[in-house]
Design a binder for this molecule. Structure first.
Ligand SMILES: Cc1cc2nc3c(=O)[nH]c(=O)nc-3n(C[C@H](O)[C@H](O)[C@H](O)COP(=O)(O)O)c2cc1C
Length: 199
């Protein structure tokens, strides 16, 4: 399938088939794909946590508001977290990035207020979400991005140290009757003329 067709057919899955698990090979590939996600200056301020353990998944589902059922039914839950300790981030880039990239950070980002630096770090993690959802579509994996989670509870349950849970993605195989799929419910978007401009 070409990319346009994938964009038309992927959707936020609301109901999963709990009996269809993603294969180990699929999960291994998705992990490698996430680690290849692009980021500004190659900053990679993230940790991606894959959960297949049913007990842990169910514990996280219970602090995920209206997303509880889909997390319980899905094959895996992937939690996207951002580095929360700026000093730790600065040490990480110093150890891993070329001098030019570190200089860019020191000149253009480090002088900003902490909230702006953290916002920039979070942008990088959101970018990996787009990368991940597209990858899932290309691998015929259904997915549900979810900001509707109790971020602090996630942090406690997963014992995130120096990282903050931003959002999660449930993945698996749709319930064939899921009413949100495009064959049943047409995709809804603003008219292209309103969101795309050309000169
Ligand atoms: C960052 C982000 C957070 C989202 N959070 C939730 C959520 O908590 N629960 C949910 O059911 N859908 C969630 N969605 C799905 C959006 O509502 C959905 O992407 C949008 O309506 C477009 O529909 P589509 O993904 O089916 O094309 C989220 C999507 C994104 C990108």
């Amino acid at each position: 399938m070409n990319f346009l067709d994938l964009a038309k057919s992927r959707y936020t899955t609301k109901s999963y088939n709990p009996n269809k698990r993603a294969t180990e090979q699929t999960i291994t590939e998705l992990k490698e794909i996430l680690s290849l996600s692009p980021s500004s200056i190659n900053s990679q301020p993230w940790k991606f946590i894959f959960i297949s353990d049913e007990r842990l998944k169910s514990e996280l589902a219970s602090v995920s508001y209206f997303n509880q059922q889909k997390i319980n039914e899905a094959s895996h839950l992937v939690v996207f977290s951002v580095i929360d300790d700026i000093q730790q981030f600065e040490n990480q880039i110093k150890q891993n990035l070329p001098e030019g990239s570190v200089n860019y950070y020191n000149q253009f980002l480090k002088p900003k207020p902490e909230a702006e630096i953290k916002s920039w770090l979070e942008h990088q993690v959101y970018l990996s979400l787009g990368f991940f959802l597209s990858a899932c579509a290309s691998m015929n994996i259904d997915s549900s991005p979810m900001e509707g989670i109790k971020n602090e509870e996630y942090g406690k349950i997963l014992q995130l140290d120096g990282y903050k849970a931003l959002f999660a993605v449930a993945i698996g195989s749709r319930n064939p009757e899921d009413s949100n799929q495009p064959s049943i419910k047409a995709k809804s978007r603003l008219p292209l003329e309103q969101t795309i401009q050309s000169f």
